[in-house]
Design a protein around this ligand. Structure first.
Ligand code: PMP
Length: 430
């Protein structure tokens, strides 16, 4: 009742929206019981809703705003470009600058090809892997999210062995082999058993950006196993790219994938993605004698507006400061939350790596050390957080979200990300 009264303007809008959109929202994750909040504008680490509340934002544009909302340099770059044209249907200087920045920052990026979104990027990476290896299938991990095209929808959410994906033909779904993360033997067994598997794709810090964390040793092991069995390794760095470090998880852990999918921070909050990686694999986009050519059109590839935001954003990311500030903010938030849970004697835990934070109610394990670094901010998780009751209890999820919103924080259920504008004062308020 308190939520309904405080957010009455949002409630009214949701009633109208339900007559326009199925479910009333435009992205599954924006669903909220009894209704979601409607935002009017955003700046830095905050956004404001139609009822005048200032909300600290821990969703930061689905992770695309490492620099916070509306950074002056990005706004200026986009405004300048807007006046010069939003789409030339032709090549332009900014796309070269944008691609060069990706090559400079991302260690594996010998070549780059821009796409319209992260979903398109993983779709392209997998298609390239089929052409390069001649093997039609790929391996992914339980709980890893790679967008919503047909091939990657298998085993993305808990329970991971759900039979079939609604709307996806079984013949497509069977090209995806899914195994639990952090078990190299399972991967190697699958590659040995099935010569049709041409690639292994993963979110390099863990599914849904680290619900069940993945660390350096597993990544190094995967690299070795993939090379030894002659399969491609694809890092899906749509979230982690330019976030955990300027060069993404591959730079932080020193593991070089064959292909990388990128989006979000890449385009500074505007739509855009890319595949970066080995020149000899991306060469399948080029017409060559005796080789098949992968077709790749796309109206919004390297769109000038997205390029302007991307160049301005990556130029700042290259200094290293935004990643460091966002990482420090998340570390402070995790530590402060754990202090609070401990003081109140709640069996809850906050964990996460880099600028990513998760809260688990009803957790029985040990708390992470407050001095934990960016990549060891957690209790060793041998179980699967998604199987814990609290994390999948939608009633608790919505209750938590409502309570946080009533206190001026938009915390995405049990998980959040920080940007470089989450100052100490902002974190302490949360
Ligand atoms: N891969 C990962 C790891 C993602 O988190 C997402 C989006 N959240 C995607 C792919 C899909 O990107 P997009 O929403 O731009 O299609």
């Amino acid at each position: 009742d308190r939520y309904t009264a405080a957010f009455a303007g949002s409630k009214r809008r949701f009633e109208t929206a339900k007559g326009v959109f199925p479910t009333g929202v435009t992205h599954d994750a924006r669903m909220m019981d009894p209704f979601p909040v409607y935002i009017t504008h955003a700046k830095g680490a905050h956004k404001w809703d139609v009822d005048g509340h200032q909300l600290t934002d821990y969703f930061v544009g689905h992770g695309s705003h490492l620099l916070g909302h509306c950074p002056a340099d990005v706004v200026q770059a986009v405004q300048d470009q807007m006046a010069k044209g939003t789409h030339y249907g032709a090549c332009h200087d900014l796309e070269i600058e944008w691609g060069q920045l990706v090559r400079k920052l991302v260690p594996s990026a010998e070549r780059v090809r821009f796409t319209g979104s992260g979903t398109e990027a993983t779709m392209m990476a997998l298609r390239l892997s089929r052409l390069y290896t001649g093997r039609p299938k790929f391996l992914k991990f339980h709980g890893h999210f790679h967008g919503w095209h047909d091939y990657v929808t298998v085993s993305a959410d808990y329970p991971y062995d759900a039979p079939g994906v609604p709307g996806v033909p079984d013949d497509v779904a069977r090209h995806c082999v899914a195994v639990p993360p952090n078990d190299l033997n399972r991967v190697e067994d699958a590659l040995k058993a099935d010569p049709d598997i041409g690639a292994v794709i993963l979110e390099p810090t863990g599914g849904h950006w680290g619900a069940v964390p993945i660390r350096g040793p597993f990544l190094k092991g995967l690299r070795e196993v993939c090379s030894r069995h002659d399969r491609l390794l694809i890092f899906d760095e749509v979230i982690t790219g330019f976030r955990v470090a300027p060069g993404g998880a591959q730079a932080f852990y020193g593991v070089t994938p064959d292909l990388t999918s990128l989006a979000k921070i890449l385009a500074g909050g505007l739509p855009g993605g890319c595949v970066a990686g080995r020149a000899d694999v991306l060469a399948f986009i080029e017409p060559r004698a005796g080789k098949p050519k992968m077709k790749h059109p796309g109206t919004y590839n390297a769109n000038p507006l997205s390029a302007s935001a991307g160049v301005a954003t990556l130029t700042r990311v290259a200094t290293g400061e935004p990643c460091e500030r966002a990482n420090a903010a998340a570390r402070r938030l995790r530590n402060k939350l754990n202090e609070l849970f401990e003081a109140r004697d709640w069996p809850w835990v906050a964990y996460g790596d880099f600028s990513m934070v998760r809260v688990v109610p009803n957790y029985q394990g040990a708390r992470p050390s407050p001095t934990a670094g960016d990549n060891d901010g957690l209790v060793p998780f041998d179980g699967d957080v998604n199987a814990l009751d609290g994390a999948k209890n939608m009633k608790a999820y919505y209750a938590m979200r409502q309570a946080m919103l009533l206190n001026g924080v938009d915390w995405w259920g049990f998980a959040g990300m920080t940007c470089c504008d989450h100052t100490d004062a902002v974190i302490d308020h949360t």
